[in-house]
Design a protein around this ligand. Structure first.
Ligand SMILES: Nc1ncnc2c1ncn2[C@@H]1O[C@H](COP(=O)(O)OP(=O)(O)OP(=O)(O)O)[C@@H](O)[C@H]1O
Length: 579
């Protein structure tokens, strides 16, 4: 029922086309039903009675019915195609728009490959069901009811055969559909896995080649592909079972009716014309039953897809702007007040535990800690990419949950660990930071991020970055991402290991340039102590807790973890990574 409501809702302006399509089929079908009546009339009153006039008028009537049916068939194709394609487009648009509202934790709930299938294959299944299903869905029941009615009017005794056969068919269809419905869900799930493997392999094609792992990934792909083939075979093997069941039933009822009809003609209780007309109904009724069963199978698959699309559309964004949102972030101060966090509510252990921190506006903060200590998680709470599980994160003295999301994220620039550039020119990519930025603004941001050094080499602001920014090196990509974040002119700038691929000298220049942005709070996650040594405050995280905080000198004097990191990197003269 929810599925029907969803389809009705997203048909929107195409509801009219859909209803017209239904009307066309209903009228077309009724005319077809009327043709055997005319046929019986032509045979009995025309041919048998030797009246040419009756043959001609009856024949003309049949021709008119057939021509109108043909016209309605064309109109149906037009209306149903428009409704189905419109529905598909609106569903994809709605899913896509809703996806943009997803928070990081919503995205954690869905595999991206599954989202791709839900936006493409599932929508296509629904479209196909509408185009190919509406006609038989309307025709089947109309032909069945009217055919049974006309057949019973022609000969009640002969029609009895149907009343014996229909319940048998209904039970058979019920069992086939009940078995096949869940199989379709499994099938779509395996389709997700295939997409997943394909996407990952294509995204990592360079790594695969570098590690000469083509054989390994081909084997993995073959495994998923084989699973898809076997699941599809199992599903469709069950689905086609209804065909032999129907044929057996159809031929049995035909034989029964011929035997009964023959007896009645011999006994003089039935005319040949009536019997011929009746046989047309037999074929129509059996065809209608076949149509209905096929529609059930088609719908069983479409229902699965509607449910999967519905799951995306019904997913509540876990993070949204409050009603009376604050639009202005007063300054770049950041504080964590007894903040704890875990990614899944069911997880046993918190990723961040009772974190209390205060960063003054305009200060430079360094964050150090071992792999998995919670550094990225901590900074993601500032831009509300995730919400704290308990405690309060404040920016500019206000709870981040009070702000309008767009205003908060404009004020908090994050250069994520996994930097992403898009296909297009440098200018188009930088415009993500500020769509209204002038060339001079962009060049200044590039200068601060030390991206000016290579800008000319890649064709200046008009240089094309290639697909997904593949045309620049790792270090160049990081610098362009920093320039992009700078263009937002945020109050808080977060660098999550954003200069890891940049050489030490350039890293130092970028830091010196950023230090000139006096009213911007700079939070730098780094693996290199050298990158944070000059910070106003350095926070050392250990297993999700604040282990220590202070200036370089304070920590070097008092904190064993900091001393160890410093010793391993600077003391020994190596610029290695945090253990
Ligand atoms: N999306 C996620 N879902 C579930 N767990 C996650 C997710 N992201 C990170 N974690 C877990 O949270 C913990 C902290 O991860 P986080 O990325 O914050 O560490 P980090 O200190 O930034 O590490 P690194 O220096 O390697 O980047 C890790 O144990 C990690 O496995």
């Amino acid at each position: 029922m929810d599925g029907v409501r969803l389809i009705a809702r997203y048909l929107g302006p195409y509801r009219r086309d859909f209803l017209l399509a239904v009307l066309c089929v209903a009228v077309e079908t009724s005319l077809e039903i009327f043709i055997p009546v005319l046929m019986a009339y032509v045979l009995d009153e025309g041919i048998m009675a030797g009246s040419l006039r009756t043959v001609l008028t009856g024949g003309a009537g049949m021709l008119v019915c057939a021509l109108i049916s043909l016209g309605l068939g064309f109109l149906y194709a037009r209306f149903s195609a428009r409704a189905a394609m419109g529905l598909g487009s609106r569903l994809r648009e709605a899913e896509y728009a809703h996806l943009q509202e997803f928070s990081f934790s919503n995205l954690d709930d869905f595999e991206s490959s599954s989202l791709v299938t839900r936006l493409t294959t599932d929508v296509t299944v629904i479209q196909n069901a509408l185009v190919s299903g509406t006609r038989p869905l309307v025709r089947g029941p109309v032909i069945l009811v009217m055919g049974l009615l006309c057949a019973a009017l022609m000969s009640a005794e002969l029609a009895v055969v149907f009343f014996a056969v229909i319940p048998v068919l209904a039970v058979a269809v019920f069992f086939v559909v009940r078995r096949v419905g869940p199989l379709y869900r499994v099938l779509q799930g395996v389709m997700d896995q295939l997409n997943d493997a394909l996407q990952e392999d294509l995204a990592a094609i360079r790594v695969i080649k570098a590690y000469v792992r083509e054989g390994h990934v081909a084997e993995r792909f073959a495994g998923v592909n084989g699973q898809l083939a076997s699941t599809a075979t199992r599903t469709f093997r069950t689905a086609v079972l209804n065909l032999p069941i129907f044929q057996a039933t159809m031929y049995t009822s035909c034989v029964g009716i011929m035997w009964l009809g023959g007896q009645m003609i011999l006994a003089g209780t039935l005319t040949v014309g009536t019997f011929t007309g009746f046989m047309s109904y037999v074929l129509q009724i059996v065809n209608s039953l076949m149509m209905i069963s096929n529609v059930f199978l088609l719908l069983a698959r479409a229902v699965t897809s509607v449910e999967r699309v519905g799951e995306v559309l019904d997913e509540k964004p876990t993070i949204a702007s409050p009603r009376q949102a604050v639009h202005e972030v007063r300054n770049g101060s950041v504080s964590f007040d007894h903040v704890s966090f875990k990614y899944a509510s069911t997880a046993e252990k918190n990723v961040l535990e009772d974190v209390c921190l205060d960063f003054a506006a305009g200060s430079t903060i360094g964050i150090l800690g071992g792999t998995g200590s919670g550094k990225s998680t901590l900074v993601q709470l500032i831009a509300r990419l995730y919400d704290a599980s308990s405690g309060t994160v404040r920016v500019g003295g206000r709870d981040v949950r009070d702000y309008d999301l767009a205003a908060l994220r404009d004020a908090v620039g994050v250069v994520l660990q996994k930097n992403v550039l898009f296909s297009g020119t440098v200018r188009e990519n930088l415009a993500w930071g500020d769509a209204a930025a002038s060339d001079a603004d962009m060049l200044e941001a590039c200068r601060l991020a030390c991206a000016d050094e290579f800008l000319e080499r890649i064709g200046g602001l008009d240089g094309d970055l290639g697909q997904g920014g593949a045309g620049v090196s790792g270090g160049q990509r990081q610098r362009l991402c920093i320039a992009r974040a700078l263009l937002k002119r945020p109050r808080v700038l977060i660098f999550d290991d954003s200069t890891s691929a940049v050489d030490m000298a350039t890293d130092a220049t970028i830091r010196a340039n950023l230090a000139t942005l006096k009213d911007v709070t700079k939070i730098v996650i780094a693996q290199r102590v050298a990158s944070v040594m000059d910070a106003d405050k350095i926070v050392v995280l250990d297993d999700g807790r604040v282990h220590a905080q202070g200036t370089h000198e304070e920590l070097l004097a008092s904190d064993p973890i900091y001393q160890e990191i410093y010793e391993s990197q600077i003391g020994s003269g190596i610029s290695g990574e945090v253990a």
